[in-house]
Ligand binder design. Structure first.
Ligand code: SAM
Ligand code: SF4
Length: 488
């Protein structure tokens, strides 16, 4: 499906070009694959540099302030290219969060589109194109608001000045019930690919912008997810990663009576698609994490033995302030289910330090939780106040140096845990998917079902193909990876 469509269209209409840079999480990476597929279907060709492009797009992240600032720096860096008639668009979370304010901060931007409006991209692109450089355009349409504003930039060419008049917005808010489903997905990796099964979030954790930027929680039908999984398998994909802000909050719109599946049932069904050898899923929310997910992993060997279960804090006081709606004990109960699974499940997490009111004692509880769980990896974040979020009302009283200190302590502790955990795999044979080759090291790059990097050597006579699965015995360990040799 995907690759064929891209090839056909690239040769059919190569004249309109776009450059797209993606910031942020896997959801954004996959959204970009769908945006690229849509643009290619609309006759655009993707190029590798801003200079080569007619249309410059940024798919943005606003989870932390730093991520948001990056986008505005990029826009400022390339503003000068406006005089060459190039058009700029901001997509994703910053687009949704800042809305039309982006036009004030970066007047050379023509398109602002949040992720909940991506399905309207073809219309928005037509509007953008129709706004020819010879005539300012004025658009009025229920589905996407666009207007002609007064000229913003004096001292630049007429064409460029007029192009700045075009202002197209796709800012569907929490009201939208629709998912961005498209058959035109430009997956770059031919062996493993993402499928979004649920969009948005209704959890409203105190610190988080996602419920405001990605709209309300809405799931695709399991029938549509399975159809996509089968198509991918037909195209030769062997690994599928199911995506959602909270993938396990999935609710099949078909409902129980209509043959709808629970998340665990959907997981198992994707794992049973002929040709699929690995299924991953991320991110899971502790509140909706049922035992049935572990039962599915036990029952279906293609479901990977890895669960990413963000805890955020080990202190009940902080969990309550963060509005996570689970306790340390409830979280540890879920960890106990995982530890009782038939296969050893690798557990990873996200932790925030320096949330308003976090005391040294609270922080110590997070450290002790790391010991208790024994994570294989933890993404660590310093609390960053975000617009619209409930915690904005709380004083962000912990100085940045103290947040940085806690982060360092946390990372050092986790590094020690990982050194011990990774050592356990020395001498063990694991099946890896071959992801590529590191010529400078003379090694192949492999990934285990547990999502660990296991790089390895192989005899020249038995060099593996990228995308194949081979057995590898680990010979040495590092805090974040293993090194071994292929078993021939
Ligand atoms: N839905 C997932 C969950 O609830 O576990 C998390 C998704 S969120 C996009 C990814 C991570 O970003 C969160 O788990 C959290 O650790 C971090 N994060 C979100 N908002 C943050 C903020 N305001 N400051 C620092 N880290 C933040
Ligand atoms: Fe953000 Fe909480 Fe939703 Fe995760 S569950 S996306 S942290 S609001």
């Amino acid at each position: 499906m995907t690759r064929a469509v891209i090839l056909v269209n690239m040769s059919a209409a190569p004249h309109k070009t776009f450059y797209l840079e993606t910031f942020g999480c896997q959801m954004n990476v996959h959204d970009s694959e769908k945006v690229i597929g849509t643009l290619v279907h609309e006759g655009y060709r993707q190029v590798e540099t801003v200079e080569q492009a007619d249309l410059i797009l940024y798919n943005t992240c606003s989870i932390r302030d730093k991520a948001e600032q990056k986008v505005f720096h990029r826009l400022a860096d390339y503003k000068k290219l406006l005089s060459q008639g190039k058009k700029f668009g901001v997509l994703g979370c910053v687009a949704q969060q800042e809305g039309e304010k982006i036009f004030e901060r970066a007047p050379h931007v023509s398109l602002v589109c949040g992720s909940a409006s991506y399905r309207k991209l073809p219309q928005m692109l037509s509007q953008l194109e129709a706004a020819s450089p010879t005539e300012p355009a004025s658009f009025d349409e229920a589905s996407s608001r666009s207007r002609a504003l007064s000229p913003a930039g004096r001292g630049i060419s007429r064409a460029a000045t007029l192009s700045t008049l075009v202002r197209i917005t796709g800012l569907d808010d929490r009201e939208t019930d629709e998912c961005f489903e498209t058959e035109f997905t430009a997956r770059t990796n031919p062996h493993r690919g993402y499928i979004t099964i649920i969009e948005g979030c209704d959890k409203f954790c105190a610190y988080c912008v996602v419920p405001f930027t990605r709209g309300k929680e809405r799931s695709r039908t399991s029938a549509s997810v399975l159809a996509e999984a089968r198509q991918m398998a037909d195209l030769g994909y062997t690994e599928i990663q199911l995506l959602g802000q909270n993938v396990n909050s999935y609710k099949d719109p078909a409902g129980k009576l209509g043959g709808g599946k629970s998340f665990a049932e959907l997981l198992a069904a994707v794992g049973e698609v002929p040709g699929i050898r690995r299924v991953r899923f991320t991110t899971s929310h502790p509140r909706d994490f049922g035992r049935d997910i572990i039962e599915a992993i036990d029952a279906v060997p293609t479901l990977c033995d890895h669960v990413h279960l963000p805890v955020q804090s080990g202190s009940d006081r902080m969990l309550q302030a963060m509005q996570r709606l689970y306790t340390r004990e409830q979280y540890l109960e879920r960890i106990a289910w995982m530890k009782a699974a038939k296969r050893e499940i690798s557990i990873t997490s996200d932790v925030i330090v320096g949330f308003p009111g976090e005391t040294e004692a609270d922080f110590e509880e997070t450290l002790s939780l790391l010991d208790e769980v024994g994570y294989d990896s933890v993404f660590t974040f310093k609390y960053s106040p975000r617009p619209n979020t409930p915690s904005l009302a709380l004083e962000d009283a912990i100085p940045d140096e103290e947040k940085a200190r806690r982060l360092e302590v946390l990372m050092a502790k986790q590094r020690e845990i990982q050194i011990t955990r990774y050592k356990k795999y020395i001498g063990i044979i694991s099946e890896v998917m071959v992801e590529g080759r590191n010529d400078s090291r003379g090694q192949w790059i492999g990934r285990t079902s547990q999502n660990k990097t296991l790089n390895f050597t192989a005899p020249e006579t038995a060099a593996p193909n990228v995308g194949s699965y081979v057995p590898v015995r680990a010979r040495a360990s590092f805090p974040n990876s293993l090194v071994g040799e292929m078993v021939v």
